[in-house]
Design a protein around this ligand. Structure first.
Ligand code: A3P
Length: 300
C-alpha cells in the first residue's frame, strides 16, 4: 500500500504557469505540459517493453538529438545487429529517425499498436523513470541516459525558448525557475537521480564525455548494444555540422511537433554558461546538487 506521502505525491498538483510556453502541471514530483502527463498514462497502460527495446532517455537540452543520431547510426551500421526499422540520417533529422514514446508513439493515439515495428525498436523519452511502466525494470530492455552539466543545460533551454517564444523574463528569473524545477521534465536534479539509481540497467553517457572523446563514448555505446561498428564513420556522420546542415536543407518551413528541425543545433559546446551565468549562479547549482545528490555518487 502507498504511504500517505506517496498518495499525496501521486495527486496532480495545481496548474502552474511558467516562463516557457503556457501551462505546466506538477505530477508525481515533476513538471510537464498536460499532454505529456496524459501520454505517460497511455505508456503505462499500453507499452509492453521487449527485451530487445532500446530507450534513449534524457532531460531536455542535454544532447538528446546527438544521442539519437549516434545510436541509430550504430545500429544501422552494425554488422552484428539487424535494424531494418531504423532509417538513415541522410535526409532526416534524428528526431524523425528515433520517436519519442510520449509524442509519436503514444501521444496522439494512446492505444497505438507498435508491435509491427521490427526489433530492435529504438525509442526515446524525456519522461522520468518513475513515469514508465514497472515492466521496463523486468523486461530486459536497455536504457541509455544522456546527461549534461545543469549550467549548460539551462543556458541551452534559455536560448531555445528565447528564440522560439521570445521569452521576456530575465535570465536571472528564468534561472530561479530552473533551480526550483519549474521547467519541462523538471526538476533536473531528480530526473538525473532517478536514472542514476537504476544504473544497473541504464548506461550513463555525458555530453561532456561525448565532446571530449566521441570515439571512445561511441565505442562504449556500441559495446553496450552488442554492436560491431566503424566508430570513426559514425562520429563523422553525427557531427554537429553534418546534422545541422542536413536539418537546414529540410527548409525553414519544415516542422516537427511544432519545432523547426534546425533548432536542435545551436552552438554545441561545453561551458557556454560562462558567458551567461555568474559564479554565484554556478555556486547555487552546486549547492542544490550537493543537497539533492548527497550520498548518491553523483556530483557536478
Ligand atoms: P546548445 O544549445 O548548448 O548548443 P537536445 O538534443 O537534448 O535538445 O540538446 C540540444 C543541445 O545539444 C544543443 O546545445 C545543441 O546545439 C547540442 N547538439 C545537438 N547536436 C549536437 C552534436 N551533433 N554535437 C554536439 N552538440 C550537439
Amino acid at each position: 500500500m502507498d504511504t500517505p506521502q506517496q498518495q499525496q505525491q501521486d495527486q496532480v498538483s495545481p496548474q502552474a504557469k511558467w516562463w516557457v510556453d503556457g501551462q505546466r502541471i506538477g505530477y508525481k514530483g515533476f513538471w510537464f505540459k498536460p499532454e505529456f502527463i496524459t501520454a505517460s498514462e497511455a505508456i503505462r497502460a499500453h507499452y509492453k517493453p521487449l527485451p530487445s527495446d532500446i530507450i534513449l532517455a534524457s532531460f531536455p537540452k542535454t544532447g538528446t538529438t546527438w544521442l539519437k543520431a549516434l545510436t541509430s547510426s550504430i545500429l544501422r551500421h552494425s554488422s552484428t545487429s539487424s535494424s531494418s526499422s531504423i532509417q538513415d540520417l541522410d535526409h532526416l533529422n534524428p528526431h524523425e529517425v528515433v520517436p519519442f514514446l510520449e509524442i509519436e508513439m503514444f501521444g496522439d493515439n494512446p492505444s497505438k499498436d507498435i508491435t509491427e515495428i521490427s526489433s530492435p525498436r529504438l525509442f526515446s523519452t524525456h519522461l522520468p523513470l518513475s513515469f514508465l511502466p514497472e515492466t521496463v525494470k523486468t523486461s530486459g530492455c536497455r536504457f541509455i541516459y544522456i546527461t549534461r552539466h545543469p549550467a549548460d543545460t539551462f543556458v541551452s533551454l534559455w536560448h531555445l525558448h528565447n528564440n522560439k517564444f521570445g521569452t521576456e523574463i530575465s535570465i536571472r528569473q528564468a534561472f530561479e525557475e530552473f533551480c526550483k524545477g519549474l521547467v519541462p521534465a523538471g526538476p533536473y536534479f531528480e530526473h538525473v537521480l532517478e536514472f542514476w539509481e537504476a544504473r544497473d540497467r541504464v548506461m550513463f553517457v555525458t555530453y561532456e564525455d561525448l565532446k571530449a572523446n566521441p570515439e571512445e563514448t561511441v565505442r562504449k555505446i556500441a559495446e553496450f548494444l552488442g554492436c560491431k561498428t566503424k566508430v570513426e564513420e559514425i562520429v563523422k556522420e553525427c557531427s554537429f555540422e553534418k546534422l545541422r546542415s542536413t536539418s537546414k536543407e529540410r527548409g525553414e518551413g519544415v516542422h516537427w511537433s511544432g519545432n523547426k528541425y534546425d533548432m536542435f543545433f545551436r552552438k554545441g559546446v561545453v561551458g557556454d554558461w560562462k558567458i551567461h551565468l555568474t559564479q554565484e549562479m554556478m555556486k547555487e547549482l552546486e549547492d542544490i546538487a550537493d543537497l539533492k545528490w548527497r550520498g548518491s555518487g553523483l556530483d557536478l
